[in-house]
Structure formats: structure tokens, C-alpha cells
Write a protein that binds this ligand. Structure first.
Ligand code: 7TS
Length: 416
């Protein structure tokens, strides 16, 4: 190991002490948590911020004049500002808190669809989308009469950009795609796609669930019109996510959920919606969770975004090398240089669920199944796959343990 690599591993060892759960044992072995694409773990700083919110500063937000309500409100809005800074968004009013990426896409699909889509209009998705970026658009298409088209993949699991150009047309109103595939790990060329979509007059929604936690994101230089992500995939709590939008677009989009907080005025014969961002935030929001997400963003900023990205590239390359040595194992997706920290694979005569269970017996946590991307697996000719997904706190040793555990799993099955 080079000096730089050794000092990175030493830094990771220190950072891991911030995550109580990473010290756990599973099946009598140290836990190797390689299921970060499903959800990451939380550092103490996030848990402490949430506990402090409940123990010292808790009240409902946006309503009270009393001290606790003001403190809660300040912490809540400070977290909104942290998200704004994270995304380099022009203003905090363009940051809408939801319960997660799924809820954010549903909000966008309903509201954008109701406002802008007519029968025959086209929504362009890709073959690698998570169900969260498929089903809401299918529902919207059903309601509006819009038509969905899918950008196909190349054989190595990247978007076919020539096909994208052919599919993009005067009827395309929206392109909705993931920044990083949760199965293939593919990092999509967003800047290129967004500029081509805009040239064709279409808006672009980016599903940032697998990118925002892992790499720097600047919505203004990217030029996306809408972007979503979840807190729990970036050290934050469950139950909180974000929809960012271009201001004029959000202003023209109608509210999705109705209720308290999202109105300026309510009469017996109707209502006037509140200004951004509140018009999209009906009801009591996930207050402690938003504050926890703010703490997660602080923590990630201290770790350093460039370092996080580099670290995950290193782990992914190591995983490709280690898994590449296993006979009968096929990695699904492109070369590491086109990928985030996600490595999915199929092994001859070893079902993904059996693989994941045998790995668990060796303390290695991975996910098996269709990973909420059934159409993608269909396209790949697989019913399921096994997926290892990394965060900066994973170690090269854990990558080796994954490979060794897979060799053992194969051996167990050969004996059966
Ligand atoms: N979009 C992508 C690309 C995702 O990977 C996920 C969750 C979502 C949207 C939905 O996020 P949620 O927080 O609203 O659930 N992906 C996964 C996964 O790959 N394994 O478990 C959840």
C-alpha cells in the first residue's frame, strides 16, 4: 500500500469511530456494511443533533411565537440553508422538504403533470431508473394522456446517447433520469443530456438519490430544472428528502398536498397558496429529521466532498479487481471510471438471495434482489442481482472480505 493509501485508511479508521453501529458484530464477525445504496449509517453528530432538537429545542415550526417554536424554526430554516449551499442553489426558497426522494418525485410528477402535460406529450425516462422514477410518471401518463419513452442502454450499461437524440423531439416535455444508477453504478453524463434536452425545449428532472450523497453537486452549473434526493442515503435520518426546482418552474407548478402551512389564505370557497417553499410543504414537516439532515451535511462537508468521491472510486476499483478474480462472477455495469461506488454482480449457479445470506453469515451486508429496478433487470435478462455499495467509511479490507466471503459462498453451494 502506498503512503497516501495508508494515510487514507488511517483516516477512515478514525472516521469510523464516529459511527457507533460500524463497531457492531454480525454472525460473530466484525460488520462489513456494504449496503449503502439502500441506506447509509449515521455518525454520532447526526444522532446528537436530533436528540438535542428533541431534548432542548422542540416545538412545531412556522407557527409559534414562543421561544421553543422560534428555536425550532431557526434550526429548521438553518438546515434549509445548508441544503441550498450543498446544491449551490440560488435561494433557500427553492429547497422543498419532503419525506424522501420518492415523495419528491411524486410531488414533481403530479404537479408538473397537472400543469404542463397534455395528451400526446412525451416524458423521456431511461431503462435504468429506480421504480421511484418510473411509477410516478406512469401514473402521471395515465392521468394526463402523456406518453412515456425510454432511453435504451448500451451493452456495458450506459445510456445510448444516439438513441437519446433520436427520442428527443418537439413533443418531449420532460426528461427524468437518475444521475447514478442504483444497480449499475453508471454515472450519467448529465451536463450533456441537460443541454441537449434544453435545446429541444424539454425540462429535466434529475434523480440525485445516488449522486448527491457521493459527489459535489451544483444545480446552477448543471442546469437541471428539478432535482431530488433522500437524507438517509447521506448519513441523515429516514423520513426527509428534498426537491430542488428552478424558481419560475416551481412558481408555475400547483401545490400537490393541501393542508396547513401551504396556504396564504383559506375561505369556504377556496384557498390561495403560500409562497415558495411553503406552498409545497403541507402539514407538520419532519422537524428533527430536517435538523438531522443539516448535521449530516455539515459532517460530510468536514469529511470533504472531493475526498469522498476519490475514496469511493478507490473502493470501486478495488472491488472490480477483487471480484474479477472470482470464476463465474459477472459484474453488471460499466468500467469503474464510469461508475459511482456501486458494484452489482451475478454468479453462475448461485442465486443472489443465497449469496447475500451466506455473506451475512460472514458479517458482510449486501443487498440481493431487483433493487427496485425490475425493468432494468428484465432488460439485462436477470431476475435479480447481488449488490455491494460503498460509502467513504468502507475499507479496502472490507472489499477483500467481500471477495473471500463470495469464494466461500460458492464453495458451500458446490458442496450442496
Ligand atoms: N432513486 C434512486 C436512484 C434510488 O436508488 C432510490 C432508493 C430512490 C430513488 C428512492 O429513495 P427513497 O429514499 O425515497 O426510498 N434506492 C434504494 C436501493 O437501491 N435500495 O434500497 C433503496
Amino acid at each position: 500500500m502506498s503512503g497516501a493509501a495508508a494515510s487514507d485508511e488511517a483516516r477512515v479508521a478514525r472516521l469510523r469511530r464516529d459511527f457507533p453501529i460500524l463497531a457492531r458484530e454480525v454472525s460473530g464477525k466484525p460488520l462489513a456494511y456494504l449496503d449503502n445504496a439502500a441506506s447509509t449509517q449515521r455518525p454520532r453528530a447526526v444522532l446528537d443533533a436530533m436528540t438535542a432538537a428533541y431534548e432542548r429545542h422542540y416545538a412545531n415550526v412556522h407557527r409559534g411565537i414562543h421561544t421553543l417554536a422560534q428555536e425550532a424554526d431557526e434550526l429548521f430554516e438553518a438546515a434549509r440553508e445548508k441544503v441550498r449551499a450543498l446544491l449551490s442553489a440560488p435561494s433557500a426558497e427553492q429547497i422543498i422538504f419532503t419525506s424522501g426522494a420518492t415523495a419528491a418525485i411524486n410531488l414533481a410528477a403530479r404537479s408538473f403533470g397537472d400543469r404542463f402535460l397534455n395528451p400526446g406529450d412525451e416524458i423521456l425516462l431511461t431503462e435504468m431508473e429506480h421504480h421511484a422514477n418510473l411509477v410516478p410518471w406512469q401514473q402521471t401518463a395515465e392521468r394526463t394522456g402523456a406518453v412515456i419513452r425510454y432511453v435504451p442502454l448500451t451493452d456495458d450499461g450506459r445510456l445510448d446517447l444516439d438513441a437519446f437524440d433520436r427520442l428527443l423531439g418537439p413533443r418531449t416535455k420532460l426528461v427524468a433520469l437518475t444521475a447514478v444508477s442504483n444497480v449499475l453504478g453508471t454515472i450519467n453524463p448529465l451536463a450533456e443530456i441537460i443541454s441537449r434536452a434544453h435545446a429541444a425545449g424539454a425540462e429535466v428532472l434529475v434523480d440525485g438519490a445516488q449522486s448527491v450523497p457521493h459527489m459535489p453537486c451544483d444545480v446552477q452549473s448543471l442546469g437541471c430544472d428539478l432535482l431530488v434526493f433522500s437524507g438517509h442515503k447521506m448519513l441523515g435520518p429516514t423520513g426527509v428528502g428534498v426537491l430542488y426546482g428552478r424558481r419560475d418552474l416551481l412558481e408555475r407548478m400547483p401545490p400537490f398536498l393541501g393542508g396547513g402551512s401551504m396556504i396564504r389564505e383559506v375561505r369556504f370557497d377556496g384557498f390561495l397558496p403560500a409562497d415558495l417553499p411553503y406552498k409545497f410543504e403541507a402539514g407538520t414537516p419532519p422537524i428533527a429529521e430536517v435538523i438531522g439532515l443539516g448535521a449530516a451535511i455539515d459532517y460530510l462537508g468536514q469529511v470533504g466532498w472531493e475526498w469522498i468521491e476519490r475514496r469511493e472510486r478507490l473502493l470501486t476499483e478495488a472491488a472490480h479487481r477483487a471480484l474479477g478474480r472470482i470464476e463465474g462472477l459477472r459484474i453488471i455495469g460499466p468500467e469503474p471510471r464510469h461508475k459511482g461506488g456501486i458494484v452489482s454482480f451475478a454468479i453462475d449457479r448461485l442465486h443472489p438471495h443465497d449469496a447475500a445470506e451466506l455473506l451475512d453469515r460472514q458479517g458482510v451486508a449486501v443487498r440481493a434482489g431487483h433493487h427496485c429496478a425490475m425493468p432494468l433487470h428484465q432488460r439485462l435478462g436477470l431476475s435479480a442481482s447481488t449488490r455491494a455499495s460503498f460509502y467513504f467509511y468502507n475499507t479496502l479490507e472490507e472489499v477483500e472480505r467481500l471477495a473471500e466471503a463470495l469464494e466461500k459462498a460458492k464453495a458451500v453451494f458446490r458442496r450442496k
